[in-house]
Design a protein around this ligand. Structure first.
Ligand code: UGA
Length: 429
């Protein structure tokens, strides 16, 4: 199938490259000429495990190309995915201007039947506006369909998520659109859920909101565990074995971050409000998430007393492991508060240092994980990168002023840490 992917951000690039990998011919389009130049010179604008190899392989196989020219891409395609950004505006409502612009450009470029697919995360009913826009600007009356195909890829495991999805959601209005979408995904041999367009749009927001709710539930539970002497990890393991609950997304810690959950939750609350429903449950999910960062700071103060002039070593900055993405990472707010309270912060992250340097002022960045321990009064673990499990604790301890570890991701084993003579603080344990 010939596919145009408009928007070569994290979603568009991963999906486009993976579509090529499963046998399609894909043209990825972006209006950012620097990004297209980077991609055309064989470099990647983001870090995502396994993606660079697929891009290289598919470009060489002539199944993947990059351009700023939307017209050529549309002319050469049967299916055109819209995967442009929908960034939050003032009250969290998504900015759909990019989606509208692209729909308009597609409409004026179409010459033959085209299936236009929403890939970007958009409010329910957006498909109606896309259809109206295409109808308005498609002066030649070229036939088209609109479909919704939300993405469920996680950063850090996006390639694997694409190739092994739990389900593929397709919202369609015609058999022709349904057949084309099924053909695109056929090589994956995965379960396909066909719905109407509004339901497909809602499945995306509802899924992210539900996952965020699970995390906030685990975090609220962690507070109760700490107060009662229980261990949140043991509690969630026990809960998760019930198939109705499931074990995933129940890890307590310093809260969720990233560009999806915070943004999508805000957007969903706003969408519900516009539709006349106050989704109080989700507002509380947000409150709990924000509170976890404050509680973490209080925990640090409970062992260090004053933070003024204390040396704090930070391991991990990205919003989760295996990504260099710093957007809405809990580390940003936590470090800002530590610096505000007068602490001297040394930080290290395996992949996110370059991005972190641009957004976290007033701290020292170290080129090796061990160096954050130099004269430290406490070590904070803010992202659960697996390499932190291999750290030589004896060496770290020698370099620290006071051997305390505050594990914001419950990644380390308390008994092992304590055996090495450290004071260990986790979340909810
Ligand atoms: C999330 C969804 O998981 C994807 O299905 C969705 O496609 C994507 O958003 C999106 O809408 O584009 P992502 O933001 O990449 O994916 O990352 P997750 O793995 O879901 O983690 C999100 C945050 O939750 C991270 O900060 C992570 O540390 C935190 N988290 C996750 C917890 O605090 N506890 C958990 O048990 C799980």
């Amino acid at each position: 199938m010939k596919i145009a992917m408009i928007g070569t951000g994290y979603v568009g690039l991963t999906t486009g490259a993976c579509f090529a990998k499963i046998g399609h011919e894909v043209i990825c389009v972006d209006n950012d000429s620097n990004k297209i130049e980077t991609l055309n010179s064989g470099k990647m604008p983001i870090y995502e495990p396994g993606l660079h190899d697929i891009v290289k392989e598919m470009v060489t196989a002539h199944r993947l190309s990059f351009t700023t020219d939307i017209k050529t891409a549309v002319h050469n395609s049967t299916v055109c995915f819209i995967a442009v950004g929908t960034p939050p505006r003032g009250k969290g409502e998504p900015d759909l201007a990019y989606v509208e612009n692209v729909a308009r450009e597609i409409a004026t470029s179409m010459e033959e039947y085209l299936l236009i697919v929403e890939k970007s995360t958009v409010p329910v009913q957006t498909h109606k506006w896309i259809r109206t826009t295409i109808e308005r600007y498609n002066r030649t009356g070229t036939p088209f369909d609109v479909a919704s195909n939300p993405e469920f890829l996680r950063e850090g495991s996006a390639v694997n998520d694409f190739l092994n999805p739990d389900r593929i959601v397709i919202g369609v209005e015609s058999d022709r659109a349904s057949d084309l979408m099924k053909e695109i995904y056929k090589p994956l041999n995965a379960p396909i859920v066909i719905t109407d367009l509004a339901s497909a749009e809602l499945i995306k927001h509802a899924s992210n909101a539900f996952l965020a709710m699970k995390i906030s539930f685990a975090n609220a539970l962690a507070v109760v565990c700490e107060a009662s002497g229980a261990d949140v990890h043991q509690v969630t393991c026990g809960m998760g074995m019930d198939k109705r609950i499931g074990p995933s997304f129940l890890d307590a810690g310093i809260g969720y971050g990233g560009f999806c959950f915070p943004k999508d939750l805000r957007a969903f609350i706003h969408i519900a409000e516009e539709l006349g429903y106050d989704f109080k449950l989700l507002r509380e999910v947000e409150n709990i998430n924000n509170e976890m960062k404050l509680r973490f700071i209080r925990k640090i103060q409970s062992v260090l007393w004053n933070l003024q002039n204390k040396n704090i070593g930070v391991l991990g900055l990205s919003f989760k492991p295996d990504t260099d993405d710093m957007r809405f990472a809990p580390s940003i707010d936590i470090i800002a508060e530590l610096v505000h309270k007068g602490a001297h912060v040394r930080a290290y992250d395996p992949k996110a240092m370059e991005r972190a340097r641009k957004i976290i002022p007033g701290i020292e960045f170290c080129s090796k994980a061990e160096d954050v321990a130099e004269d430290a009064d406490i070590l904070l673990l803010l992202t659960e990168w697996s390499e932190f499990k291999q750290l030589d604790l004896t060496k770290l301890k020698k370099r620290m002023r006071v051997p305390i570890i505050c594990d914001g991701r419950n990644m380390l084993k308390r008994t092992e840490i304590e055996k090495q003579g450290f004071t260990y603080l986790g979340v909810g344990r």
